[in-house]
Design a protein around this ligand. Structure first.
Ligand SMILES: [Zn+2]
Length: 193
């Protein structure tokens, strides 16, 4: 999970009319997230259909008044959205990437997402949204294996300027728009690249 910036709602009228799935609004959230799920950082169009996620569940017995509130909407993959379902803990809300800085609550070690300082909100986020589910571990492994191989290759070259160029290219893989950047960034920092 990484920090996301909430875009300005391009079509507030749609929300006022009771439509939270307006294409222009969905597109704005997609662009702001670089097409990545707000929770798991998977590029959504590569794995499934994108969904408009209600951070606080819109169910009648939960937060129905927040169903059409822009600040409660996010862009997520079906898997995270389904797994989170209508769960929510008032006293220990999930980490909200549009509001919280996830790096203050989580750290990445290899393919796993861990909780910093025993934070219960982060722990519940991992468990309830399934942020270490097998298929995510597999996809992260593919990504970090590829990066690890590239780092090793960089250090094996005798040509320093070529190596520096390749390392600079690798650092771009940790940019926020890239898939699983939270994990790639951790790997790259471990090598002091
Ligand atoms: Zn997801």
């Amino acid at each position: 999970m990484i920090k996301l910036n909430r875009p300005v709602c391009p079509h507030p009228d749609a929300l006022a009319r009771g439509n939270y799935k307006h294409p222009a609004n969905k597109e704005a959230l997609k662009a702001a997230n670089s097409d990545k799920c707000m929770y798991c950082e998977s590029k959504i169009s590569q794995i499934s259909f994108a969904e408009i996620e209600h951070f606080k569940p819109k169910d009648n017995d939960k937060f129905p008044h927040l169903e059409f509130v822009w600040e409660n909407l996010g862009y997520s993959c079906q898997k995270c959205n389904n797994q989170k379902s209508n769960k929510f803990h008032n006293d220990t809300p999930y980490i909200d990437p549009y509001h919280d800085e996830p790096a203050n609550y989580f750290y990445a070690a290899g393919t796993w997402l861990f909780v910093k300082n025993g934070c219960e909100r982060a722990d519940l986020s991992i468990r309830d949204i399934g942020l270490n589910r097998p298929e995510l571990l597999e996809k992260r492994l593919e990504k970090i294996t590829e990066i690890q191989k590239a780092i090793t290759a960089c250090y094996r070259t005798g040509n320093v300027s070529l190596r520096d160029f390749a390392l600079a290219e690798l650092r771009r893989e940790a940019e926020t728009k890239k898939e699983y950047s939270f994990f790639v960034k951790a790997l790259i920092s471990a090598h002091a690249v």
